[in-house]
Design a protein around this ligand. Structure first.
Ligand code: 5GP
Length: 140
């Protein structure tokens, strides 16, 4: 299995496609999922090219995990969440659709089920407003 630099997240990293970014450091970028399974659903990706868990450098994986924790803590506040679900898919058989490593960080509310994957597209203005609030929480 090889890394294809034509994938959507590689294009976001190169600035060829837009994204509602909420966090960036020297190793990772995080942005809102355009088809969120719940309000405030964030994707955390390494800047270095890696297809998934099976080929990522351990230091990049650690940086993704640390960013996911920071984002989860901010989501608890910003979205008044009751909990957080992390998911991470590897290869087609593992549910992966975009072949650049990403961790889903999803705010949860008691009694609210996740939407089915790819079932709902969020309005850009809603994503922009959510990103601004998350960014502010992460910067503070
Ligand atoms: P996977 O199934 O590979 O773990 O999840 C891929 C995720 O990428 C899905 O949740 C999907 O909604 C999200 N996604 C697909 N295309 C785009 C895009 O162009 N921008 C953003 N922000 N998310 C995307």
């Amino acid at each position: 299995m090889t890394y294809d630099p034509g994938n959507i997240f590689a294009k976001i990293l190169r600035g060829e496609l837009p994204a509602h970014c909420v966090y960036e450091d020297d190793r990772v970028v995080a942005f809102l999922d355009i088809m969120p399974r719940a309000t405030g659903h964030v994707l955390v990706i390494p800047k270095a090219p890696s297809r998934n868990l099976l080929d990522v450098e351990p230091d990049d994986l650690a940086a993704v995990a640390a960013a996911a924790q920071r984002i989860a803590r901010a989501q608890m506040d910003v979205f008044a969440a009751d909990g957080i679900t992390l998911t991470q898919h590897n290869e087609k058989a593992g549910g992966q659709e975009v072949f650049h490593l990403h961790v889903h960080v999803i705010p949860r509310h008691t009694g609210v089920e996740l939407r089915a994957p790819l079932s709902y597209k969020e309005a850009p203005e809603v994503l922009a407003e959510q990103a601004a609030r998350l960014k502010a929480a992460l910067a503070g």
